[in-house]
Design a protein around this ligand. Structure first.
Ligand SMILES: *[C@@H]1O[C@H](CO)[C@@H](O)[C@H](O)[C@H]1NC(C)=O
Ligand SMILES: *[C@@H]1O[C@H](CO)[C@@H](O)[C@H](O)[C@H]1NC(C)=O
Ligand SMILES: *[C@@H]1O[C@H](CO)[C@@H](O)[C@H](O)[C@H]1NC(C)=O
Length: 217
C-alpha cells in the first residue's frame, strides 16, 4: 500500500510540476535482467519474460523448472523483470538489491535472485514484523554481498539512497503494471501472456509450450 501511495505521489508530483507529462518517462533500456548474453536475432528467437517477486514462494518454485527448460533450448531468451508485490513488505528493497547487484556486478544478479529464493522466508512479513527497516536492509545487504563482492557492503548500503536505483526499481514495477501483471510469477512468451500465469509451471509444461513454437520455426 505504501508503495502504491508513493508511486501515486511520485506520479502526482510529476503531474504538478510538468502539466504536460501524461505518461511515465520511457527508460533508456528495456527493463529487466537478461538471463544469458545471447545474440538476439528476433526472427529466430523465442522470448520469455518472467515477472518474479524475489520474496514470493510461487516465483521461487517456478524458477527451477524454467531454468531447466532454458537449458534445453538454444534459441529461448529470458528476461526477468523484478516485480515487488505491495503486500510483501520487504519486496521493494529486495528488488532494489537486484538492481544494485545488476549495476555493480551484472554477473551477480542471478546468483542473488537464487539467494533470495533460498532464504526468502527470513524476509516474509511475519518474521520481520518486529525488525526496523534499516536492520532488514542491513540483513539483506549482507546476504547480497556474498555474491556481489565481499568488500562491497558500504557501496551496497549507500546505493539504497541512489535515485537511479530507486527509479529503476519503480520502472520495473510500472512496466509490469502496464502489461497487466497482477501477481507473480507471471509469464509472457513472444509478448503474449500465458493463460496459466500465476501458476507454477513445471518442466513438462514449459516443453509443451515451447516445443510447438520451435517446430513452427
Ligand atoms: C514482536 O514483539 C512483541 C513484543 O515484544 C512480541 O510479543 C511478539 O511476539 C513479537 N512478534 C514476533 C513475530 O516476533
Ligand atoms: C561478481 O559476481 C560474481 C558472481 O557472484 C563473482 O564470482 C565475482 O567475484 C564478482 N566480482 C567481483 C569483482 O567481486
Ligand atoms: C506438470 O504439471 C501439470 C499440470 O500443469 C501436470 O498435469 C503434470 O503431471 C506435471 N508434471 C510433472 C512431471 O510433475
Amino acid at each position: 500500500m505504501a508503495l502504491l501511495l508513493s508511486s501515486f505521489f511520485f506520479f502526482c508530483s510529476c503531474f504538478l510540476f510538468n502539466g504536460s507529462l501524461a505518461q511515465i518517462k520511457i527508460p533508456a533500456k528495456f527493463d529487466g535482467f537478461a538471463y544469458k548474453d545471447v545474440d538476439l536475432k528476433m526472427e529466430k528467437s523465442i522470448m520469455v519474460e518472467a515477472f518474479f517477486d524475489p520474496l514470493c514462494p510461487d516465483s521461487r518454485d517456478a524458477w527451477h523448472p524454467l531454468k531447466q527448460a532454458l537449458d534445453h533450448y538454444s534459441q529461448v531468451y529470458l528476461t526477468v523483470h523484478p516485480f515487488p508485490l505491495p503486500y510483501h513488505n520487504n519486496a521493494f528493497a529486495a528488488c532494489q538489491l537486484l538492481h544494485i547487484a545488476n549495476k555493480m556486478n551484472a554477473s551477480s544478479t542471478y546468483p542473488l535472485l537464487d539467494l533470495f529464493f533460498k532464504f526468502q522466508d527470513n524476509y516474509y512479513n511475519g518474521p520481520t514484523y518486529n525488525m526496523s527497516k534499516s536492520s532488514i536492509i542491513n540483513n539483506m545487504a549482507n546476504l547480497a554481498v556474498t555474491t556481489i563482492g565481499k568488500d562491497k557492503l558500504p557501496e551496497v548500503l549507500s546505493a539504497f539512497k541512489d535515485d537511479d536505483i530507486n527509479t529503476a526499481t519503480r520502472i520495473s514495477f510500472k512496466y509490469g503494471c502496464s502489461r497487466g501483471v497482477t501477481g507473480t510469477p507471471f509469464f509472457f512468451v513472444n509478448g503474449f501472456a500465458l493463460q496459466d500465469s500465476g501458476a507454477t509451471l513445471n518442466y513438462t509444461d514449459w516443453r509443451n509450450i515451447i516445443d510447438p513454437l520451435v517446430e513452427k520455426q
